[in-house]
Design a protein around this ligand. Structure first.
Ligand code: PMP
Length: 426
């Protein structure tokens, strides 16, 4: 029997040994001690159905026994050599990824986190084009390194107030409250055209999340990304598709950009590829990859343990048709949330794709919405359901569960949400 220090003990140690930037959810947070597919357990034995998956990470479930067995087997036989030595798991995973990547994307560079994948993709774009500038969408999130933070539009995640803005042009995202989706997307395209006309020949790449995650689950109109890609091609600007939240079946496709038939030049991935084990990568075509000839290596990138886990995850996703499952259960969740929105005017919007859905509260008064979101999260946690939050005003309830959830889990969560909303909203 473990001697748990409990939530108070953890908060005490955080206060003493962590930086003050480290936030947490809940007024009364539980100490999480165990994960089992779509379930998490507190130190007191309480079970939670997880509808956030550690921010879209544990897509194949927490400690999925089929995946964990292969991770553990590799852990006991060979853990690390780095790419200076020849091992098989990373080349097998790169080959496997080439089979699921769209178009001619087939070269992969392995790293350890989403930020690192985007950083590498940005380096690659500069090497290939010989240009320095980037375009990014407002309210996007691409990482915590200097380069990736400088293309992160969400002010909340721009920790350094002195970020260099010289090389980055932000354009409006294809969403604006109170404006029709087509009109908002049109404004975004017009801004893109203006930047390209002014300095397109100095721009290496545009970074996009196909569906903005942290920015509040923003799905653009179907015509938007095909038009963006066509414009970028006119100016020789690469598209870096940040699939870190959306990749590997979450939205009903292996990669979300495929829903619009757009093949980007570089794809970055992380999170769900390891379903909890750190692994990330950026992938591109032979032609683009050929420009990356100067020596580069990531010490841990593509280590045998992460690579075997990535292979096991891909096997699991394919064998269990996770992308199709995501579409089906996403539909059930979306319908259920829309019914609640009809009942409560505070739910101003419900949007998403597959099992990546957001329910915005009080879009006309985000500060109030944020308070309500926190209350709903607390109520839901007490009822045994973990849901997330995001959005520019932190007023969006985020549903990004492990893809292994069942129709019954969705039904039970919606029932708990109904009860929670009744308490919070009256
Ligand atoms: N891109 C997106 C779309 C993300 O959501 C995140 C993290 N939430 C990142 C990049 C950065 O990933 P990491 O925290 O693994 O560096």
């Amino acid at each position: 029997m473990h001697q748990y220090i409990g939530p108070e003990g953890i908060l005490d140690k955080r206060g003493q040994y962590f930086y003050p930037c480290t936030g947490y959810f809940y007024r009364n947070p539980p100490q999480i001690v165990k994960g089992e597919m779509q379930y998490l357990y507190g130190h007191d034995g309480k079970r939670y159905t997880d509808f956030f998956a550690g921010v879209s990470v544990c897509a194949s479930g927490h400690c999925n026994p089929e995946i964990a067995a292969r991770t553990a087997e590799q852990l006991k036989s060979l853990q690390h050599t780095c790419t200076l030595y020849l091992t098989q798991p990373n080349v097998d995973l790169a080959e496997r990824l080439s089979e699921v990547l769209p178009g001619k994307l087939r070269r992969t560079f392995f790293v350890n986190s989403g930020s690192e994948a985007n950083e590498g993709a940005m380096l690659l774009a500069r090497l290939y084009t010989g240009r320095k500038g980037f375009i990014a969408l407002e309210q996007g999130l691409h990482g915590r390194t200097y380069l990736t933070m400088s293309v992160t539009g969400l002010s909340m995640w721009r920790a350094d107030p002195q970020l260099d803005a010289e090389d980055v042009a932000f354009i409006p995202r294809p969403y604006e409250y109170g404006v029709s989706p087509d009109e908002a997307a049109r404004r975004s395209i017009d801004a893109l055209k203006a930047v390209l006309a002014e300095k397109g020949d100095s721009i290496a790449a545009m970074l996009v999340e196909p569906i903005q995650g942290n920015g509040g689950i923003i799905v653009p109109p179907d015509w938007y990304f095909p038009e963006v890609k066509a414009l970028l091609e006119q100016y020789g600007v690469l598209m870096i598709d940040d699939e870190i939240q959306t990749g590997f079946g979450r939205t009903g496709e292996m990669f979300a950009m495929s829903r619009w038939g757009v093949v980007p030049d570089i794809i970055t991935m992380a999170k769900a590829l390891g379903s909890g084990i750190p692994i990330a990568a950026f992938a591109s075509t032979d032609e683009i990859a050929a420009s990356f000839t100067r020596p580069s290596a990531s010490t841990f990138g593509g280590n045998p343990v992460s690579s075997v886990t990535g292979l096991a995850v891909l096997d699991y996703i394919e064998a269990n048709h996770m992308a199709e499952h995501s579409t089906k259960l996403g539909e059930q969740l979306l319908v259920g949330l829309k019914q609640l929105a009809e009942q409560y005017t505070e739910i101003s919007d419900v949007r998403g794709a597959g099992l990546m859905i957001g329910a915005e509260l009080c879009a006309d008064d985000p500060a109030r919405g944020a308070v309500l979101v926190d209350e709903v999260l607390e109520e839901m946690k007490d009822r045994g359901f973990i849901i997330g939050k995001n959005g520019v005003g932190r007023n969006v309830l985020a549903f990004q569960p492990p893809l292994v959830i069942t129709a019954q889990d969705v039904e039970e969560m919606l029932n708990a949400l109904r009860s929670s909303l009744r308490i919070v909203l009256g």
